[in-house]
Design a protein around this ligand. Sequence first.
Ligand code: HEM
Ligand code: MTE
Ligand code: MO
Length: 472
Amino acid sequence: SNPFPQYTREDVKKHTNPTDRIWVTYSGEVFDITDFVELHPGGKRILLAAGGALEPFWALYGVHKSEHVMEILQEYKVGVLIHDDTEEPQDLSDPYSGDPSRHPILKINSQKPFNAEPPPELLTENFITPNELFFKRNHLPVPNINPDEFQLIVDRPPGLKQGKPLKLSLKDLKTKYPRHEVTVTLQCAGNRRSEMNAIKQVKGLEWGTAAISTARWVGVRLRDVLLDAGYTEDVSGTQHVQFEGLDQDITGTKYGASISFKRAMSKDHEVLLAFEMNGEELPKDHGYPLRVIVPGVVGARNVKWLGRIIVSEEESLSHWQQNDYKGFNPNVDWDTVDFSSSPAIQDLPVQSAITEPCPGQTITPDHDGKVTIKGYAWSGGGREIVRVDVSMDGGKTWTVADLTGEQKEGLKWAWKLWSLEAVVPIEAKEITIICKAVDSGYNVQPDTVAPIWNLRGVLNNAWHRVRVTVGE
Ligand code: HEM
Ligand code: MTE
Ligand code: MO
């Protein structure tokens, strides 16, 4: 028998300040750390974990992987977590009641469906984004999928096996094909939409700069599965590979998207059917038990909760392929838009943003008159980031930032983090910090948002500006 009371993650979420007590979880246990906050060697930032899990932060700050820290933590244990991985819908009138619990640090842009991003400054603490902090972008309720019953259905080429599809269980997927790992940055087309909104209202969720994250994905190559289903290397003709999600709305309409057959079959493009994310089973929000990872391509094609694969002459007919996730001229608005006139977004353009300092912050230069500026930079299509320029004076002068990032041979799928010890202009009271990146195709970011404004607020990759006050 367990002497400790049991709590749900929702119970823990109610404890985020000294009055209600500050609770956190770790490895299935609940701790009241109110009295430790003042004693924490890492200072007040311990409060970022208030009401949620410690794991994502300890993934960012490795000093905690010690017995000493574990001993401290155990002194504050007050309960255990009720195992809630197999949560069934609680309330049948609410299709979202079976959604998983999420970390309270996330900034929620929409609760139902769940859309949230981490604080930007946490993104650049580590090359890999911990799963709990990874941005979450759902169009529909998260489906509850029984892994033992799960089957991926792959349609056969015409005339093969009487048209009977290839059906693969999770075990088949994990044992029949070679494992493949790839580190990929995912970005939603709506990343930085709120800056577009500031020009003129767009329709869409108010994403800040953190609808982008990086993970190590493990799975099998889509190519190997398609070959097994009977498709050949012949990529002539305009063919597409459609992905159908198992998430659906009340009318039964499922999420769907497609990519070209050519990309799907390319060894270089490493398109993956993934079942692991950062060494863990794929979390529910990220597509458990199986999702598509299309490196270098807009988030929307990386279909989660994958249920079916179809090879066809035409693209996916889903709303999100046909009537959304497309770019338009700034003068096209809802009364004039013809969605069929623009291609579906696939590769994304070069992007970068400042994550530190935050807009409106007061920065304090050190004795050399410098402050640390940090951010991310990424480009689609496998293009590498070759340079990031930072300006401390609103774009008059520029300094090259230091880039860090793991690299392997071939196309580049992951972002680079960058930082700069930047000189603050003397006697400045308020400054505008700007960043802009250059990719291996020498593509650059546009300097302002207005000329790339579009009615859906997608593809904002203008120079990122952060206005701050200079303190003493
Ligand atoms: C350092 C304990 C939560 C950030 C430390 C150290 C301990 C500790 C003992 C000193 C380690 C050493 O130097 O060997 C704990 C415990 C926590 C907790 C018991 C939870 C109850 C957090 C959280 C964050 C964090 C949630 C971040 C959001 C840091 C940082 C340092 C640190 C950045 C390094 C400080 C420095 O070296 O200047 N923590 N910590 N800690 N902690 Fe935590
Ligand atoms: N797949 C399904 N089945 N349903 C969805 O709503 N959202 C897409 C894509 N795949 C979505 C999906 C969009 S728009 C993005 S940006 C990415 O998933 C987000 O992936 P993430 O939630 O793992 O960050
Ligand atoms: Mo997206």
